[in-house]
Design a protein around this ligand. Structure first.
Ligand SMILES: [Fe+2]
Ligand SMILES: [Fe+2]
Length: 347
């Protein structure tokens, strides 16, 4: 018995339809019969269909045309063309080319009908089973991938926290720099993937400070020239720590670490690069990081107002910062305020 198979039968002669209907039903199939091929096309456009019987000689659309249309809608279901015994090979060839799976001769032979239709219905069932399995697998892969991404993000956050653990900078600073950077990436027309990348990479900008001795990193007073030379190695140390990683976030983190102290006019460190030579992620994080340091309370200074901090960014356009990025940042003031208030230091 063939159950759970929805078949469509198209023939302009009612007697043929009745015959297929009765033979199909004996096998346990559901049969939807159509005298009008156009109505049948409409039906298969909007319904799940597993198998089609189609006559060749029909008014309006002939069998070959019908198969062509059906194949566009259902690329893989079995289609059986019912032809007269005298049908020439050329027609059969055209029908095969259009996508027919099988031929049955008129008048229909019941034993042949049962054998061929059962085979095709089995084929259809295996197709459906495979499709189900593929969908199940796809679903599982998707879930597993989501978990991996979640864990990767978690690891990145832990790494970010480790980086700022002994640094006077706070977790809130890390979060704000990340969101300001994402905001700027979006304003600069970077796609969603790049925006995510910088969101998770920006917190790693100072990861290299792990390698700076506490006596220098936590020194309350002004650094000597020698001590500052040591601080200037933190971008390179950051690259050493995460530069070889396979994770795209970590490689982006290494880029941010490497370039975030370069200045647009070439007067930054460690390489003294200028303009476009500085990776865009570095230019973005430079603005976000400095702005956040200005508006934050630090052991050596109180928090600056938004006004004063933005003024400094503008004054440094083309010097410390990429002018285009500063312009975006200034015009996004409302969003910046929202991020500032969301990730305040008492979180
Ligand atoms: Fe830094
Ligand atoms: Fe920072």
């Amino acid at each position: 018995m063939i159950t759970n198979i929805n078949a469509v039968s198209v023939d302009d002669e009612k007697i043929n339809l009745l015959l297929i209907d009765s033979m199909g039903k004996q096998l346990g199939m559901n049969i939807n019969s159509f005298l009008d091929p156009k109505a049948a096309v409409e039906f298969i456009e909007t319904n799940e269909v597993d198998l089609i019987f189609v006559d060749y000689m029909m008014p309006g659309i002939d069998g070959v045309e019908f198969i062509k249309k059906a194949r566009v809608i259902h690329p893989d279901i079995p289609i059986i063309m019912i032809t007269a015994v005298m049908t020439d090979d050329e027609l059969k060839l055209r029908a095969f080319e259009a996508g027919a799976t099988e031929f049955l001769n008129k008048p229909l032979n019941s034993a042949e009908f049962v054998a061929r239709v059962t085979n095709l219905a089995d084929l259809r069932k295996s197709q459906l089973l495979l499709k189900d399995r593929a969908m199940l697998l796809e679903d599982e892969v998707l879930k597993a991938t989501e978990k991996i991404v979640q864990r990767e993000h978690e690891t990145l956050n832990v790494l970010g926290k480790a980086a700022e653990y002994k640094d006077p900078e706070t977790a809130a600073h890390i979060a704000r720099v990340a969101y300001y950077s994402k905001l700027l990436a979006e304003a600069l027309g970077k796609d969603k993937k790049k925006q995510q990348l910088i969101l998770y990479a920006a917190p790693l900008h100072d990861i290299g400070k792990i390698g700076i001795p506490d006596s220098i990193l936590l020194k309350p007073g002004k650094l000597t020239a020698e001590e500052f030379e040591i601080v200037k190695t933190h971008p390179a140390i950051g690259v050493e720590i995460i530069g070889d990683a396979m994770s795209g976030y970590l490689t982006a983190g290494a880029v941010v670490a490497k370039y975030h102290h370069e200045r647009f006019n070439g007067k930054g460190y460690p390489a003294g690069l200028s303009g476009d030579e500085i990776h865009i992620f570095g230019r973005i994080v430079a603005v976000a990081d400095v702005f956040d340091a200005l508006t934050s309370k630090r052991p050596y200074k109180g928090p600056w107002t938004f006004e004063k901090s933005l003024d400094l960014l503008v004054a440094e356009k083309g010097k410390h910062f990429d002018p285009q990025i500063v312009d975006h940042f200034v015009s996004l003031r409302d969003e910046v305020v929202r991020i500032f208030n969301t990730y305040s230091d008492d979180i």
